[in-house]
Design a binder for this molecule. Structure first.
Ligand code: HDL
Ligand code: ZN
Length: 413
């Protein structure tokens, strides 16, 4: 059955809303991880995006704020951003989208009632409700081999819930190699203090031993804008002699999330990072020299997005994913998704949530799906104007690729 242009908003909107989702990058953990399993209103309100927005009003110093209990911090955020000012920022609106999804009529004076609601949800029931509400097949976690609080939970039970798949995250190995080699030495790996063939082999053994515990779908690192492939530094050698060979041995992709300038304001803690533009030409060289490697790439700078699309046209092994972090705002998701569809068709992964709190999955996916559906309607409308005909099955095929198929293909699933 051919689709008419005036039918597109409803057909596309429904199919996008119903689309099953693979969420390629989150900071979530399964319910068994107790204090790491963040959920509910106080965790939503103390999300680092909202903390920096609250501290901008200067009512309290960061030092005094972080000395408060989580509940008192949440009170301060709620009063500052929701009671005394209109919650129009994306992160504020996200909280309200979540509450609306639970059928809660949020108002300035409803924080205690909201807290009471979340107390009624057990961890497992909460996870079930959120995964159903966001149509999630599975999320990929961020599993930091250098975080001993997290690795204490690793083992068979950690990966039993197949809704939470692992990704092995190894930032220190590239960003603070001396400290990483010391950490590994203390764990029994003969690494450093200088880089050598032996050290590279021991790093690969460290990666293998960690991967054996959590079965990661990919290896991941967040890198500064100064990252360059084969730049002659120790980090460059580690990338070339340990990380890339390990990914090839395991046949898993390498996810590089590039452009973070860490802690430009340390007193903001998790909210203290900023961004910078990176060198896409260097990524092209990396893809050129490793045609048998799949690289999952997301860049933090808006100014990098167009050249990243061009690079993806040159290298099929460069898999663009998501509108990351400071780009995950409707105005930029729209601009970037339009740019990607114009240059890459439907051969990219438009979004990941980066969720840190379970309930964020609801709003991060609802807000992004709304924008991506708009961009699809616009492109399909233009397609129909050429006289091309489209069926509902064609549209569903494209949407399933965007929200799960391309991610599963990039992961070799
Ligand atoms: O390094 C990353 O994975 C980033 O996403 C950071 O965790 C960042 O703090 C964040 O939460 N962004 O959304
Ligand atoms: Zn992240």
């Amino acid at each position: 059955m051919q689709v008419q242009v005036n039918e597109l908003p409803k057909i596309v909107g429904d199919l996008v809303r119903e689309a099953r989702v693979v969420d390629l990058h989150t900071h979530l953990y399964p319910p068994m991880c107790k204090e790491l399993f963040l959920r509910g209103i106080d965790d939503l309100l103390t999300y680092h995006y909202l903390l920096v927005e609250t501290l901008r009003y200067g009512r309290i110093t960061p030092e005094a704020f972080f000395a408060l209990s989580k509940e008192k911090q949440a009170d301060e955020v709620w009063k500052t951003l929701f009671v005394d000012h209109s919650p129009v920022s994306e992160a504020c609106r996200g909280v309200l989208t979540v509450l609306k999804a639970y059928g809660i009529d949020a108002a300035p004076n409803s924080l205690d009632e909201i807290r009471d609601f979340f107390k009624t949800l057990s961890p497992e029931e909460h996870a079930d409700r959120v995964f159903a509400a966001a149509n999630l097949d599975y999320v990929v976690m961020t599993n930091d081999a250098f975080d001993q609080v997290e690795t204490a939970y690793w083992g068979p039970d950690f990966i039993k819930d197949k809704r939470f798949r692992a990704a092995l995250r190894i930032d220190p190995l590239l960003n603070t190699p001396d400290a990483a080699m010391k950490f590994m030495r203390e764990k029994g790996y003969n690494t450093g203090p200088k880089m050598s063939a032996e050290t590279a082999a021991e790093m690969r053994r460290f990666l293998a031993d960690n991967a054996d515990q959590i079965e990661p779908l990919y290896l991941a690192a967040s890198l500064p804008p100064t990252f360059r492939w084969k730049d002659g530094t120790v980090s460059g050698q580690i990338m070339e002699e340990a990380i890339v060979p390990f990914c090839k041995e395991r046949n898993i992709p390498l996810a590089l999330m590039i452009g973070v300038r860490k802690l430009v304001n340390p007193e903001m803690r998790l909210g203290g990072d900023s961004l910078g533009r990176c060198c896409v030409a260097s990524l092209e060289q990396m893809c050129l020299e490793n045609p048998d490697m799949r690289f999952l790439i997301t860049l933090l700078s808006r100014e990098n997005q167009h050249e990243l699309c061009v690079a993806a046209r040159k290298f099929p092994n460069l898999k663009i994913f998501g509108c990351w972090w400071f780009l995950n705002n409707p105005s930029l998701v729209r601009e970037i998704t339009e740019m990607r569809m114009e240059m890459l068709g439907v051969s990219f992964i438009p979004q990941h949530s980066d969720a840190r709190v379970l309930d964020q999955l609801i709003y991060k996916w609802a807000h992004s799906k709304e924008i991506i559906a708009d961009v699809l309607v616009d492109n399909y409308s233009k397609l129909l104007e050429t006289g091309w005909s489209l069926t509902k099955e064609d549209i569903k095929r494209d949407i399933d690729l965007l929200f799960s198929g391309n991610a599963n293909e990039a992961l070799g699933l």
